[in-house]
Design a protein around this ligand. Structure first.
Ligand code: PEP
Length: 258
């Protein structure tokens, strides 16, 4: 079984114009030493409009580039949408799908998230599929079945051979941008559940290689505890990814873990 390399991914969301994106990307490049990149994959996901500028800055640095969303369609009359092949040609190797903000504000359902994942994987993009329960779903103790359903539907029709390009991000909705984070034990329990759900579909070998990362108020202060917990392979970071020092500190923390 292949070793799982840790992944630290920054989701800049709808923040920063082109100039500010260039500045932050340049700072991250300057501060991310080769010692970090030897051990950990570091990814940044700027807004679409900054992708070409950030792509130039990241060229030959080893830092990876991704987008925050894509269309489930190939091309054509879909005003305002961005396709997988456009992302690929702009230098993206990764894309995030099913972020809870897209599920909440843009009504993306599990089947929509699945269609986007199928589309991005077809075009060779590594695909970060976000899943996570709301506060109410945790209160009602239905969070496990919610996660299983999200994972099962998102992975529907994905060929086993494409699973090496899939990353699952467990992001409890109540922990995103709130300053509340799941305890390492809470997060680990869900990561194991995701692992087992993938194992039921694809078997032990493939699930054993699947990266499962955590997102939800990860910062420089809590990164060590979260990243060292069982079956946590990295982090998807919103707020703290907008500060170069914090983001690089978290990447460095990941690189020092076994
Ligand atoms: C996110 O948007 O994926 C996220 C985890 O945000 P934050 O780190 O700000 O909670």
């Amino acid at each position: 079984m292949k070793m799982r390399r840790k992944l630290i991914a920054g989701n800049w969301k709808m923040n920063l114009g082109i100039k500010e994106s260039e500045k932050l990307a340049s700072e991250i490049v300057k501060k991310t030493g080769s010692n970090i990149l030897k051990k950990t994959d570091v990814l940044i996901c700027p807004p679409f409009i900054s992708i070409p500028a950030v792509s130039k800055i990241l060229k030959n640095t080893g830092i990876l580039l991704g987008a925050q969303n894509l269309s489930s369609e190939n091309d054509g009359a879909y005003t305002g949408e961005i396709s997988a092949s456009m992302l690929h040609s702009a230098g993206c190797g990764y894309v995030i799908v099913g972020h809870s903000e897209r599920r909440k504000y843009f009504h993306e359902t599990n089947p929509v998230v699945n269609a986007k994942a199928v589309q991005s994987l077809k075009h060779g993009l590594k695909t970060i599929i976000c899943v996570g329960e709301t506060f109410q779903e945790r209160e009602d103790e239905i969070f496990e079945s919610i996660i299983i359903e999200q994972v099962r539907t998102a992975l529907n029709d994905i060929p086993a051979g494409k699973m090496k390009d899939v990353i699952i991000a467990y992001e409890p909705v109540w922990a995103i941008g709130t300053g509340l984070n799941a305890t390492p034990e809470q997060a680990s329990a869900i990561h194991l559940l995701i692992n087992n759900t993938a194992e039921e579909i694809f078997g032990k070998e493939i699930s054993g290689e699947l990266l499962i990362i955590y997102g939800g108020s990860v910062n420089a202060g809590n990164a060590y505890d979260i990243l060292s917990a069982e079956r946590i392979d990295g982090a998807l970071i919103g707020g703290a990814s907008l500060k170069a020092d914090d983001f690089v500190f978290i990447s460095d923390t990941a690189s020092k873990l076994k």
